[in-house]
Design a protein around this ligand. Structure first.
Ligand code: FA5
Length: 339
Protein backbone atom coordinates (compact mmCIF):
# COMPACT_ATOMS: atom_id res chain seq x y z
CA UNK A 1 0.00 0.00 0.00
CA UNK A 2 1.29 3.46 -0.96
CA UNK A 3 2.41 5.62 1.93
CA UNK A 4 2.39 8.88 -0.13
CA UNK A 5 0.42 11.51 1.76
CA UNK A 6 -1.16 14.65 0.22
CA UNK A 7 1.67 16.61 1.90
CA UNK A 8 4.29 14.49 0.12
CA UNK A 9 2.44 15.00 -3.14
CA UNK A 10 2.33 18.79 -2.58
CA UNK A 11 6.04 18.89 -1.91
CA UNK A 12 6.87 16.81 -4.98
CA UNK A 13 4.69 18.99 -7.23
CA UNK A 14 6.23 22.22 -5.87
CA UNK A 15 9.76 20.93 -6.25
CA UNK A 16 9.21 19.78 -9.82
CA UNK A 17 7.47 22.99 -10.86
CA UNK A 18 10.20 25.16 -9.28
CA UNK A 19 12.90 23.16 -11.05
CA UNK A 20 11.05 23.59 -14.36
CA UNK A 21 10.71 27.35 -13.80
CA UNK A 22 14.41 27.67 -13.05
CA UNK A 23 15.27 25.60 -16.11
CA UNK A 24 13.06 27.57 -18.51
CA UNK A 25 15.17 29.05 -21.30
CA UNK A 26 12.74 31.51 -22.79
CA UNK A 27 9.69 33.56 -22.00
CA UNK A 28 7.57 31.20 -24.11
CA UNK A 29 8.76 28.15 -22.19
CA UNK A 30 8.09 29.92 -18.92
CA UNK A 31 4.58 30.75 -20.02
CA UNK A 32 3.97 27.11 -20.93
CA UNK A 33 5.13 25.94 -17.50
CA UNK A 34 3.04 28.58 -15.78
CA UNK A 35 -0.01 27.42 -17.72
CA UNK A 36 0.35 23.77 -16.66
CA UNK A 37 1.67 24.09 -13.09
CA UNK A 38 -0.58 26.91 -11.94
CA UNK A 39 -3.66 26.15 -14.04
CA UNK A 40 -7.04 26.20 -12.35
CA UNK A 41 -7.52 22.58 -13.29
CA UNK A 42 -3.83 21.74 -12.74
CA UNK A 43 -2.23 19.41 -10.17
CA UNK A 44 -2.07 21.94 -7.31
CA UNK A 45 -5.73 22.73 -7.55
CA UNK A 46 -6.66 19.06 -7.71
CA UNK A 47 -4.80 18.61 -4.37
CA UNK A 48 -7.01 21.40 -3.04
CA UNK A 49 -10.07 19.51 -4.13
CA UNK A 50 -8.93 16.41 -2.17
CA UNK A 51 -8.94 18.44 1.05
CA UNK A 52 -12.37 17.18 2.00
CA UNK A 53 -10.98 13.60 2.43
CA UNK A 54 -8.50 14.71 5.12
CA UNK A 55 -9.17 14.51 8.82
CA UNK A 56 -10.87 17.70 9.97
CA UNK A 57 -7.89 19.05 11.95
CA UNK A 58 -5.52 18.73 8.97
CA UNK A 59 -7.72 20.54 6.47
CA UNK A 60 -6.93 24.16 7.36
CA UNK A 61 -3.12 23.77 7.62
CA UNK A 62 -3.06 21.75 4.39
CA UNK A 63 -5.10 24.41 2.58
CA UNK A 64 -2.64 27.05 3.80
CA UNK A 65 0.30 24.94 2.63
CA UNK A 66 -1.18 24.59 -0.88
CA UNK A 67 -1.76 28.36 -1.07
CA UNK A 68 1.76 29.08 0.12
CA UNK A 69 3.19 26.71 -2.48
CA UNK A 70 1.13 28.37 -5.18
CA UNK A 71 2.30 31.81 -4.14
CA UNK A 72 5.95 30.88 -4.09
CA UNK A 73 5.61 29.33 -7.57
CA UNK A 74 4.00 32.56 -8.84
CA UNK A 75 6.85 34.58 -7.36
CA UNK A 76 9.38 32.28 -8.99
CA UNK A 77 7.70 32.84 -12.38
CA UNK A 78 7.80 36.62 -11.95
CA UNK A 79 11.47 36.74 -10.99
CA UNK A 80 12.40 34.38 -13.86
CA UNK A 81 10.51 36.62 -16.27
CA UNK A 82 12.31 39.70 -14.90
CA UNK A 83 15.60 37.92 -15.46
CA UNK A 84 14.70 37.31 -19.10
CA UNK A 85 13.80 40.98 -19.58
CA UNK A 86 17.08 42.11 -17.99
CA UNK A 87 19.01 39.72 -20.25
CA UNK A 88 17.28 41.05 -23.33
CA UNK A 89 17.94 44.68 -22.41
CA UNK A 90 21.58 43.94 -21.66
CA UNK A 91 21.95 42.21 -25.02
CA UNK A 92 20.38 45.19 -26.79
CA UNK A 93 22.61 47.64 -24.96
CA UNK A 94 25.75 45.77 -25.97
CA UNK A 95 24.67 45.43 -29.59
CA UNK A 96 27.61 46.95 -31.46
CA UNK A 97 25.44 47.83 -34.44
CA UNK A 98 24.04 50.71 -32.41
CA UNK A 99 26.57 53.51 -32.21
CA UNK A 100 25.29 56.52 -30.26
CA UNK A 101 28.29 58.60 -31.37
CA UNK A 102 27.43 58.27 -35.07
CA UNK A 103 26.52 61.66 -36.63
CA UNK A 104 22.81 62.01 -37.42
CA UNK A 105 21.70 61.61 -41.02
CA UNK A 106 20.53 64.93 -42.49
CA UNK A 107 16.74 65.23 -42.40
CA UNK A 108 15.19 66.02 -45.73
CA UNK A 109 12.62 68.77 -45.42
CA UNK A 110 10.34 70.51 -47.87
CA UNK A 111 10.12 74.14 -48.81
CA UNK A 112 7.49 76.50 -50.13
CA UNK A 113 6.06 76.10 -53.61
CA UNK A 114 6.97 79.02 -55.92
CA UNK A 115 3.31 80.04 -56.13
CA UNK A 116 2.98 80.03 -52.33
CA UNK A 117 6.06 82.25 -52.15
CA UNK A 118 4.69 84.71 -54.67
CA UNK A 119 1.27 84.68 -53.00
CA UNK A 120 2.77 85.43 -49.59
CA UNK A 121 4.93 88.18 -51.02
CA UNK A 122 1.91 89.73 -52.73
CA UNK A 123 -0.01 89.56 -49.44
CA UNK A 124 2.85 91.30 -47.61
CA UNK A 125 3.12 94.03 -50.24
CA UNK A 126 -0.60 94.81 -50.32
CA UNK A 127 -0.98 94.61 -46.56
CA UNK A 128 1.79 97.21 -46.42
CA UNK A 129 -0.42 99.41 -48.61
CA UNK A 130 -3.41 99.10 -46.27
CA UNK A 131 -5.22 96.18 -47.93
CA UNK A 132 -6.49 93.19 -45.99
CA UNK A 133 -6.50 89.61 -47.25
CA UNK A 134 -9.87 87.92 -47.74
CA UNK A 135 -10.99 84.55 -49.02
CA UNK A 136 -13.91 83.28 -51.09
CA UNK A 137 -15.39 79.96 -52.18
CA UNK A 138 -13.90 78.00 -55.09
CA UNK A 139 -17.32 76.55 -55.91
CA UNK A 140 -19.41 79.59 -56.80
CA UNK A 141 -22.93 80.38 -57.80
CA UNK A 142 -23.56 81.50 -61.35
CA UNK A 143 -24.76 84.83 -59.93
CA UNK A 144 -21.49 85.67 -58.17
CA UNK A 145 -19.20 84.35 -60.88
CA UNK A 146 -21.10 86.04 -63.74
CA UNK A 147 -24.40 87.90 -63.25
CA UNK A 148 -23.41 90.29 -60.44
CA UNK A 149 -20.25 90.98 -62.40
CA UNK A 150 -22.31 92.30 -65.28
CA UNK A 151 -21.89 89.15 -67.37
CA UNK A 152 -25.50 88.05 -68.05
CA UNK A 153 -26.15 84.63 -69.57
CA UNK A 154 -26.13 84.61 -73.38
CA UNK A 155 -23.75 87.58 -73.29
CA UNK A 156 -20.74 86.81 -75.49
CA UNK A 157 -18.46 87.81 -72.61
CA UNK A 158 -19.24 84.47 -70.94
CA UNK A 159 -17.21 82.80 -73.66
CA UNK A 160 -14.10 84.70 -72.54
CA UNK A 161 -13.75 82.26 -69.67
CA UNK A 162 -14.49 78.62 -70.56
CA UNK A 163 -16.35 77.34 -67.56
CA UNK A 164 -16.45 74.09 -65.64
CA UNK A 165 -20.05 73.57 -64.57
CA UNK A 166 -21.14 71.26 -61.77
CA UNK A 167 -24.28 69.11 -61.96
CA UNK A 168 -25.72 71.22 -59.14
CA UNK A 169 -25.68 74.29 -61.43
CA UNK A 170 -22.74 75.80 -59.52
CA UNK A 171 -19.51 76.72 -61.27
CA UNK A 172 -15.87 76.25 -60.39
CA UNK A 173 -15.03 79.95 -60.18
CA UNK A 174 -13.32 81.09 -63.36
CA UNK A 175 -11.66 84.07 -61.64
CA UNK A 176 -11.31 85.62 -58.19
CA UNK A 177 -13.57 88.55 -59.12
CA UNK A 178 -16.65 87.14 -57.28
CA UNK A 179 -14.79 87.91 -54.05
CA UNK A 180 -15.11 91.63 -54.93
CA UNK A 181 -18.85 91.35 -54.45
CA UNK A 182 -18.61 89.36 -51.26
CA UNK A 183 -16.21 91.95 -49.82
CA UNK A 184 -18.46 94.88 -50.76
CA UNK A 185 -21.54 93.13 -49.39
CA UNK A 186 -19.71 92.43 -46.13
CA UNK A 187 -18.99 96.17 -45.83
CA UNK A 188 -22.78 96.75 -46.02
CA UNK A 189 -22.54 99.77 -48.27
CA UNK A 190 -19.97 101.51 -46.09
CA UNK A 191 -16.64 102.36 -47.76
CA UNK A 192 -13.72 102.13 -47.66
CA UNK A 193 -13.11 98.59 -48.89
CA UNK A 194 -9.48 97.68 -49.48
CA UNK A 195 -8.99 93.96 -49.99
CA UNK A 196 -7.00 91.46 -51.95
CA UNK A 197 -8.24 87.91 -52.49
CA UNK A 198 -5.69 85.33 -53.60
CA UNK A 199 -6.92 81.89 -54.63
CA UNK A 200 -7.34 79.07 -57.10
CA UNK A 201 -9.44 79.44 -60.20
CA UNK A 202 -10.55 76.95 -62.84
CA UNK A 203 -11.17 77.11 -66.56
CA UNK A 204 -12.14 74.53 -69.10
CA UNK A 205 -8.99 75.21 -71.14
CA UNK A 206 -6.78 73.12 -73.33
CA UNK A 207 -3.54 73.38 -71.31
CA UNK A 208 -0.41 74.66 -73.03
CA UNK A 209 2.80 76.37 -71.91
CA UNK A 210 0.96 79.52 -70.81
CA UNK A 211 -2.53 78.16 -70.00
CA UNK A 212 -3.57 75.82 -67.21
CA UNK A 213 -7.06 74.57 -66.33
CA UNK A 214 -6.32 75.25 -62.64
CA UNK A 215 -4.30 78.33 -61.81
CA UNK A 216 -4.03 81.15 -59.30
CA UNK A 217 -5.07 84.77 -59.24
CA UNK A 218 -4.96 87.65 -56.81
CA UNK A 219 -7.95 89.90 -56.97
CA UNK A 220 -7.67 93.43 -55.65
CA UNK A 221 -10.42 95.91 -54.86
CA UNK A 222 -10.39 99.43 -53.50
CA UNK A 223 -13.67 101.31 -53.09
CA UNK A 224 -13.96 104.72 -51.50
CA UNK A 225 -15.04 108.26 -52.28
CA UNK A 226 -13.09 109.76 -55.17
CA UNK A 227 -10.98 106.77 -56.18
CA UNK A 228 -9.57 107.33 -59.67
CA UNK A 229 -7.60 105.61 -62.44
CA UNK A 230 -4.57 107.58 -61.22
CA UNK A 231 -4.92 105.95 -57.76
CA UNK A 232 -5.12 102.55 -59.42
CA UNK A 233 -2.03 103.13 -61.53
CA UNK A 234 -0.03 104.44 -58.57
CA UNK A 235 -0.99 101.57 -56.27
CA UNK A 236 -0.25 98.93 -58.91
CA UNK A 237 3.07 100.48 -59.91
CA UNK A 238 4.19 100.61 -56.30
CA UNK A 239 3.02 97.06 -55.56
CA UNK A 240 4.69 95.63 -58.67
CA UNK A 241 7.94 97.47 -57.93
CA UNK A 242 8.00 95.91 -54.48
CA UNK A 243 7.06 92.48 -55.81
CA UNK A 244 9.80 92.51 -58.41
CA UNK A 245 12.35 94.07 -56.10
CA UNK A 246 13.12 97.09 -58.29
CA UNK A 247 11.31 100.09 -59.65
CA UNK A 248 9.08 99.29 -62.63
CA UNK A 249 7.16 101.42 -65.08
CA UNK A 250 3.66 100.49 -66.12
CA UNK A 251 1.34 101.30 -68.98
CA UNK A 252 -2.40 100.83 -69.35
CA UNK A 253 -3.89 99.50 -72.56
CA UNK A 254 -7.68 99.71 -72.98
CA UNK A 255 -9.30 96.29 -72.68
CA UNK A 256 -12.84 95.05 -72.30
CA UNK A 257 -13.88 93.34 -69.07
CA UNK A 258 -17.67 93.51 -68.43
CA UNK A 259 -17.21 94.33 -64.72
CA UNK A 260 -15.08 97.46 -65.17
CA UNK A 261 -15.48 100.69 -67.09
CA UNK A 262 -13.02 101.79 -68.28
CA UNK A 263 -11.06 98.53 -68.37
CA UNK A 264 -7.36 97.98 -69.06
CA UNK A 265 -4.61 95.50 -69.35
CA UNK A 266 -1.52 96.59 -67.51
CA UNK A 267 1.95 95.98 -68.90
CA UNK A 268 5.19 96.56 -67.04
CA UNK A 269 8.96 96.70 -67.57
CA UNK A 270 11.90 97.82 -65.42
CA UNK A 271 11.94 101.57 -64.85
CA UNK A 272 14.38 103.33 -67.18
CA UNK A 273 14.21 100.64 -69.88
CA UNK A 274 15.09 101.82 -73.42
CA UNK A 275 12.05 102.92 -75.41
CA UNK A 276 12.04 99.81 -77.56
CA UNK A 277 12.31 97.37 -74.60
CA UNK A 278 9.41 94.90 -74.50
CA UNK A 279 6.43 95.31 -72.16
CA UNK A 280 5.12 92.34 -70.19
CA UNK A 281 1.37 91.95 -69.85
CA UNK A 282 0.76 91.28 -66.20
CA UNK A 283 -2.84 91.88 -65.14
CA UNK A 284 -6.36 93.02 -65.97
CA UNK A 285 -7.81 96.02 -64.16
CA UNK A 286 -10.22 98.92 -64.34
CA UNK A 287 -12.74 101.11 -62.55
CA UNK A 288 -15.50 99.02 -60.98
CA UNK A 289 -18.61 99.16 -63.17
CA UNK A 290 -21.57 101.01 -61.57
CA UNK A 291 -23.72 97.87 -61.93
CA UNK A 292 -21.15 95.88 -59.98
CA UNK A 293 -20.95 98.53 -57.26
CA UNK A 294 -24.73 98.39 -56.98
CA UNK A 295 -24.73 94.57 -56.79
CA UNK A 296 -22.21 94.94 -53.97
CA UNK A 297 -24.55 97.29 -52.11
CA UNK A 298 -22.56 100.46 -52.84
CA UNK A 299 -23.97 103.69 -54.23
CA UNK A 300 -22.16 104.53 -57.52
CA UNK A 301 -23.17 108.19 -57.08
CA UNK A 302 -21.20 108.36 -53.84
CA UNK A 303 -18.24 106.06 -54.30
CA UNK A 304 -15.97 104.72 -56.99
CA UNK A 305 -13.38 101.99 -56.99
CA UNK A 306 -10.75 100.13 -58.92
CA UNK A 307 -10.25 96.38 -59.23
CA UNK A 308 -7.54 94.21 -60.69
CA UNK A 309 -6.88 90.53 -61.27
CA UNK A 310 -3.36 89.23 -61.50
CA UNK A 311 -2.28 85.75 -62.58
CA UNK A 312 -0.03 84.37 -59.86
CA UNK A 313 1.32 81.54 -61.99
CA UNK A 314 2.41 83.95 -64.70
CA UNK A 315 3.93 86.23 -62.06
CA UNK A 316 5.89 83.30 -60.62
CA UNK A 317 6.99 82.33 -64.15
CA UNK A 318 8.44 85.80 -64.68
CA UNK A 319 10.05 86.01 -61.27
CA UNK A 320 11.71 82.59 -61.43
CA UNK A 321 12.18 82.24 -65.20
CA UNK A 322 9.82 79.26 -65.51
CA UNK A 323 8.98 78.42 -69.10
CA UNK A 324 5.92 76.20 -68.80
CA UNK A 325 2.94 76.89 -66.51
CA UNK A 326 2.05 73.18 -66.48
CA UNK A 327 5.10 72.45 -64.32
CA UNK A 328 3.55 74.43 -61.46
CA UNK A 329 0.92 71.86 -60.55
CA UNK A 330 2.82 68.84 -61.89
CA UNK A 331 4.12 67.80 -58.46
CA UNK A 332 7.36 66.87 -60.21
CA UNK A 333 10.15 67.02 -57.62
CA UNK A 334 12.79 67.67 -60.28
CA UNK A 335 11.00 70.94 -60.93
CA UNK A 336 10.08 71.81 -57.34
CA UNK A 337 13.52 71.19 -55.92
CA UNK A 338 14.94 74.04 -58.01
CA UNK A 339 13.30 76.67 -55.80
C1 FA5 B 1 -9.80 87.96 -65.36
O1 FA5 B 1 -9.86 86.81 -64.88
C2 FA5 B 1 -10.42 89.12 -64.68
N1 FA5 B 1 -11.27 88.68 -63.62
C3 FA5 B 1 -9.33 90.05 -64.17
C4 FA5 B 1 -9.83 91.39 -63.73
C5 FA5 B 1 -10.15 91.58 -62.40
C6 FA5 B 1 -9.96 92.43 -64.65
C7 FA5 B 1 -10.62 92.83 -61.99
C8 FA5 B 1 -10.44 93.62 -64.23
C9 FA5 B 1 -10.75 93.86 -62.92
P1 FA5 B 1 -8.22 87.28 -67.33
O2 FA5 B 1 -9.07 86.21 -67.89
O3 FA5 B 1 -7.45 88.11 -68.30
O4 FA5 B 1 -9.07 88.30 -66.44
O5 FA5 B 1 -7.20 86.63 -66.30
C10 FA5 B 1 -6.37 87.43 -65.47
C11 FA5 B 1 -4.97 86.85 -65.41
O6 FA5 B 1 -5.03 85.47 -65.06
C12 FA5 B 1 -4.23 86.89 -66.75
O7 FA5 B 1 -3.59 88.13 -66.91
C13 FA5 B 1 -3.25 85.78 -66.60
O8 FA5 B 1 -2.10 86.20 -65.87
C14 FA5 B 1 -3.98 84.77 -65.75
N2 FA5 B 1 -4.54 83.69 -66.54
C15 FA5 B 1 -5.66 83.71 -67.31
N3 FA5 B 1 -5.88 82.51 -67.86
C16 FA5 B 1 -4.88 81.69 -67.44
C17 FA5 B 1 -4.55 80.29 -67.65
N4 FA5 B 1 -5.32 79.50 -68.39
N5 FA5 B 1 -3.45 79.78 -67.05
C18 FA5 B 1 -2.68 80.58 -66.27
N6 FA5 B 1 -2.94 81.87 -66.02
C19 FA5 B 1 -4.02 82.43 -66.60
Amino acid sequence: MSTTTPRDELERLSREALAAIEAAESGEQLEQIEKTALARKGPLMSLMRGIKDLPAEERAPFGQAVNAARQSLEEAVVSRRDAFTAQRLAAEASDTRFDPSEPARPLSHGHLHPITRIRREAEEVFMGLGFSVVDGPEVETEAYNFDYLNIPSHHPARDMQDTMWLDSGHVMRTHTSPVQLRAMQRAEGKPPVRVIAPGRVFRNEQPDATHEHTFHQVEGLMVDEGVSVADMKAVLRLALSRLFGGSVEVRLRPHYFPFVEPGFELDMRPAGSPDDAPWLEILGCGMVHPEVLRAGGMDPEQVSGFAFGMGLDRLAMMRFGIEDVRWMMSGDLRFLQQF
